[in-house]
Each structure stands twice: as structure tokens, then as C-alpha cells.
Ligand binder design. Sequence first.
Ligand code: HC3
Length: 480
Amino acid sequence: MMRAQIEVIPCKICGDKSSGVHYGVITCEGCKGFFRRSQSSSVQYSCSRQSNCPIDRASRNRCQSCRLKKCVAQGMSRDAVKFGRMSKRQRDSLFAEVERHRQHQRLQANSVQEPQPLQAYRSSKDTREQPSHLIPPLPAAYPFSVEPELAGCPAEVIPYLDCHIVEAQTQGLAYRVPLRRGENNSLSAGRGFESTRSTPESILNMTGSEMGFHPFDPESSFFSYPTSLQTEELAASIIRSHKETTQYRLEELQALRWKVFSREEVHIYQSKPVDEMWQYCAVRLSDAVQYVVEFAKRIPGFRQLCQNDQIALLKSGSMEVVLVRMTRMFNTANNTVFFDGKYAGTELFKSLACSDLIAAVFEFANNLCALRLNEQQMAVFTAMILINPDRPCLEDRERVQRVRTEVELALRHILHRDNQESLLQKLYQRVPVLRSMCALHIEKLQWFRQLYPLTVHSLFPPLYKELFGSDADIHSLTTH
Ligand code: HC3
């Protein structure tokens, strides 16, 4: 039964149909056999290219070295425990991942024609604007969405946004799936999935009136909304949005603190070629940004800004928010950050060849951790970072300023409530530091692009290119 369930998840190595957990990882029979053969002491593979060959179903036999590397990177190990002996936590994670895949499949089956990112996001009025990955359909890892017209609605009037959180862990990554109010969110009870949980499609198909709240008209409500809503309610709404869109739960990050990369594992990352490591981190970073995009969309007032301004704010602010959120996953005791399922020190990122940036990011995290922000303070602080009328390329600065004023009031309110007003000044002091790190990050990308233009153009996530890249990264590279 369990095996049949696992098989909905494709092989982690090549994407072919899986047949269960082999050597600790969900794989197909082919990769299982390959890994078994590779463990013989007489076998030694080498790559004739740059050790970054793609491994998929069609290409998996072309480079044994890269295939083995991927097996190891995914966690395959001769000593891995068999599924039957997995810990309860691992089993829950696996169940959750199975369910996520099922939901994704159901979602795909139901939407014959999935909306393009742009169509899903833009209103028909904004035809002059460029396509954007900044407001993508939600990633598979985050399998729920809100109807566009509801997205700017205060969470308190959206019953299904007042969600319970369940986690699905894949390779140490925790994802959130909202449940409808009143439903059991207990994965650990071992009965969560077959129960009455709402599926993404049921959420997507629900209209506002079916759910018992008033129709929401973003255009007409803007002027009344931020000013009429009490500051306290605004703060509560932002806090809720933050909670719904963090990549990992705080308790879980705490629980995983002991999981630090071993020397051997660090060595594997350090031995990656520069371009491979960049690509890898670019994907991780883009994942994190998608959660920030979702957060922004749920900040009251954000969706009522014109779409060009929403995109401009995300382009300049989302990386800053990722860096602030990173403090949640930072352990000052040993200077490590939660990356790829375990805690990693600066040395793990050596092969990115930008030690100054990494050092700055870690130092920033250390300093921000010292302020000991609680989740609520962080929520409203990050909303304030996003809603910034000083960002370049804004069309309607006054409108952004109006929302910003409300968010600032919300932050003051929270700090006053916590009797920590002195934090405000300290938080403002971090803002230029964030800005300079992001500028350095862009500089590094420019350097990297000169060396590996094709990698950026062809292998980096579209969202990453749209956020940090140049026009040439986004559109076709005519010189190549
Ligand atoms: C430090 C980091 C940016 C932040 C990344 C975070 C903390 C984001 C949230 C994820 O859940 C976990 C995570 C993993 C990797 C972290 C990145 C590693 C390196 C990157 C630096 C800013 C370097 C920039 C990466 C590059 C060059 C590809 O853009």
C-alpha cells in the first residue's frame, strides 16, 4: 500500500516512474540498480564534460559519473535505513510528499489549460505590461492559490486563508498546505490524508459568495481600505500573511538545529564547479522568493497598486526580504544557515566564489538575530521593506507612500504593544545594509554572467533572471 503511494512521486534522480524508497531515496528500478552497481569497489566513473550533465530519463545512461553524483547529492547511501525502519517524522514527511504530488496531479488533471503566469495575475486592463514570472502560479511546493480578486482581501474575511498548517517535508524542506477551518491538521495522527482535507482544486473552485463573505472589489476598496482598517487589524492581517507564507515553521527549524552538514558533505558542495553551484543556489533562492511573492500579494493594499508597481517593488525588495527571513533559519551558536535540509556554514558556499557576499550575508544575519525579532515584528518589518516608495521605476509613488504609511503605523503599533519601541531605530539602520548586500549580489551576478552567459540564460530559473538579471538574460541571447 505504502509503496503504491510512493510511486506517485517520480524518481528523484531521473524523473522516471519510481518503485519505492531505495538506499534512502525514492528512485526507479534503473537508478536503484545503477546505484547498487556503483557501490562495487572496482567502479570509478569520470565525467568527460564539466561534471554538470543533466540527468533525466532519456540522458541518464550518458554520464555515469554525474548520475552517481546526483544519487549521492539526493542522499542515496548504502547504509540508508529501509523504509520500514524510517522514523515517524520521516514517514510523515514522505506521506506528506506523496499527498503533495497527488494534489498536484489532481490540479493538473482538472485544469486542462493552466493559466499562464501573466494571465493568472494581470488584469485585462494592463495589457501594456511585460510578462512576468514574479507573480507566478504557485509552485508545486505550495499547492494552493487564491482567486486573484481575493488576494488583496484582508485575511480575516477569507475563511480558507485562516488556515491550519500541515507540513510536507521533502529532503528537509517543509512546505505548507492550508486546510479549511475546522479540519484536522494532524499529520502526525497518521490519518490526515485520507480525511476531509480540502484539495487545492476545491479551494480554487470556491467562489467568495459560496464561502460566505462579501464580494471584494480591489479597485473600489483601495481608497477606503488602508485608511478605514484599524492599524491593529492591518498588523494582524500582515502577520497572518507572513505565517501563511514562510517556507519553514520556526519550531521545525529549531528542531533541526542539530542537523549540520558533515565535513564530507561540505566537501561535495565545495567541489561543485562554480556554475553548477550558482545554478543550485539560484534555484534555492528562487524558491524562497516565491514565498515572498505570495507574502507580498497578501499584504493589504499591495494588490491594489498597479501591476507595474507591484513588480517594481518585488524586483527591488524581494531579495531583501529573503535575507531578513533568513535570520529565522540562522543559528548564531555556530554561524550556520538552514540550506538544503541541514545547517551550513559559510565554507559550504565556497564554490560560489563570492566569499565577500557570503560573509556579508552571514554577518547581517548574525546582527539581525541579535535584535531577537519575534515573528510578528518580522512580518510587519518585511512588509515595510516591500512597500517602499523610494524604489526605482514606480509609476504611482503617492499610492505606494499611502500604503507604506499604514504599514509603518502597524509596525509602530506592534513595537509599542511589545514595549520595544527602541527597536524601530535599529531596524531602520539595517535597511541600507540590506540594500548594499543586494547591490553586491547583482554585481556578482554580472561577473558570473560574463563567465557563463549560457548558464544564466538557459539554466537559471526564469524568476531569478527576471529579478536579478538583465534584459539579455530574460530574452533570447542573440550573440549565441
Ligand atoms: C545566502 C544565499 C541567499 C539566501 C538563501 C536561503 C537562506 C534562502 C532561503 C532558503 O530557504 C534557504 C536558503 C538557502 C541558500 C541561501 C543562499 C546561499 C547563497 C545566497 C547568497 C546571497 C549568494 C547568492 C546566490 C546566487 C549567487 C546564486 O545568487
